[in-house]
Design a protein around this ligand. Structure first.
Ligand code: FAD
Ligand code: NAD
Length: 161
């Protein structure tokens, strides 16, 4: 089956955009990801899917913890930075939640301990038990749809009432 067709089809499933962060001996690593889902309420579990070539994969296997930050509409450049899509290296600003690094200005953040991991094709699924979380009510999310960044406002305006 064709890879481009698969990506085009998957790209029609609109998602938010997250940055996954983890820290080993004071060294913070971040990675943009949209393969995120909420899994269970009791206990509170979430899931991320990390490609076999991503440096993040080995880092999480070592740290056994990760944080997830949901990006706000104006944080497209942060997404590009942590996806390796910017030409120049930039400093990133982090806040702390439960002692872990999270993206400053994100609309929501949560921290997790890894409770299970599954190899699935060319990705590893990391199930995380949520240890802390916070969100801001007013902010709008960054959206990824058909391989492009969008804003919810523009999407809302395009929906006929
Ligand atoms: P690198 O490629 O080395 O790092 C990523 C980038 O982040 C680099 O530019 C690096 O300089 C920067 N960076 C890292 N830490 C810091 C720091 N502390 N300060 C400043 N900059 C830093 N891949 C998946 O496996 N799963 C997904 O769900 C997924 N979803 C994606 C969604 C979108 C919208 C996009 C655009 C990409 C997605 N990717 C996903 C691809 C993934 O983001 C890239 O392949 C990424 O480059 C892999 O990161 P890495 O861990 O290999 O590290
Ligand atoms: P794209 O057209 O490649 O992505 C559209 C959709 O396809 C994504 O939302 C995702 O659901 C799926 N997808 C893309 N690459 C995948 C992969 N390697 N494994 C599983 N699903 C994948 O969008 P783009 O703007 O060209 O993406 C930028 C880069 O980020 C590409 O290199 C892409 O492979 C990568 N990416 C990876 C994932 C992932 O690993 N889950 C998700 C999104 C983007």
């Amino acid at each position: 089956m064709d890879d481009r067709l698969f990506r085009n089809v998957m790209g029609t499933f609109a998602t938010g955009v997250t940055v996954i962060t983890t820290e080993i001996d004071g060294d913070i690593h971040g990675m943009t990801a949209n393969a995120f889902m909420s899994v269970s309420l009791h206990p509170k579990l979430v899931l991320i899917s990390i490609g076999e070539k991503a440096k993040m994969r080995e880092r999480i296997k070592k740290s056994k913890t990760y944080a997830v930050s949901f990006l706000a509409e104006e944080q497209k450049e942060i997404s590009m930075l942590f996806a390796g899509q910017l030409k120049e290296k930039r400093e990133a600003e982090f806040d702390r939640l439960n002692g872990m690094p999270v993206i400053k200005g994100a609309i929501a953040s949560l921290t997790c301990n890894v409770v299970a991991e599954y190899e699935a094709g060319d990705h590893t699924l990391f199930i995380g038990e949520v240890t802390d979380m916070r969100f801001q009510e007013e902010a709008e999310p960054l959206i990824f749809y058909q391989g492009k960044y969008r804003g919810l406002k523009a999407l809302k305006e395009s929906i006929p009432s």
